[in-house]
Design a protein. Sequence first.
Length: 254
Amino acid sequence: MTDEFPPIGLGTMGIDDPDRIAAAIEMGYRHLDTAQIYDNEEVVGEAIERADVPRSELFVATKVWADSLAPDDVLETTAESLDKLGVDAADLLYVHRPIEAYDPEETLPAFDELRDDGRIRHVGVSNFTADEIATARDILDTPVFAHQVEMHPLYGQTELLADARENDTHLVAYSPIAQGEVFDLPVLNDLAEDHGVTEAQIALAWLIEKGSVPIPRSASAGHLRENLAAADVRLASEAVERIDAIEREEKLFE
């Protein structure tokens, strides 16, 4: 396990081939993001075992789904997740969504217990509002290490980004290239041409410049390499402001 939180992670939703994830690890990805509801924690675990990279260099995150957020269920399903992942402890465990069985006063102490017992290293939340994360901070004994939300050039999450900065929380961006919508944005077309990179790389570089941690996923080795290389793309403040100024707003997930 590592204390480092790499600038770009690997989203694994929908990936059922451990070799693809293992190849990504060997390519340089160190932050792996999965979830109970993705039904692929065993796939990620197999990839971790196959990859020629020590576990100590990886940052492994998973999420407890909404129907398992009663305290006993949190403990039971987390044990199952660790077994599927083949790890003694997860680096980060999220509340996936604050719905269904979520009760902050009941759910969150179970996350503290898991951290106190060494079964997880950090606590995170996902898809929370600013008020919901404020409540979580009040209840938890441990800091909220990360908040995972949809974030991309069409959905900038200004309020939650400010909240994360103010509270030393990592804002983790899922769907960072807006399901491919970034390829049709004129501003990103122009910036990609100017920098000699792809629109996806511009979107990822913008997210990093904003202070978030994007977790793209990809079906091809070529795109995996391109996404990882986006960490080396530097955007001037003027370029960041041009993307900030895109008037179209589109939230892809409810």
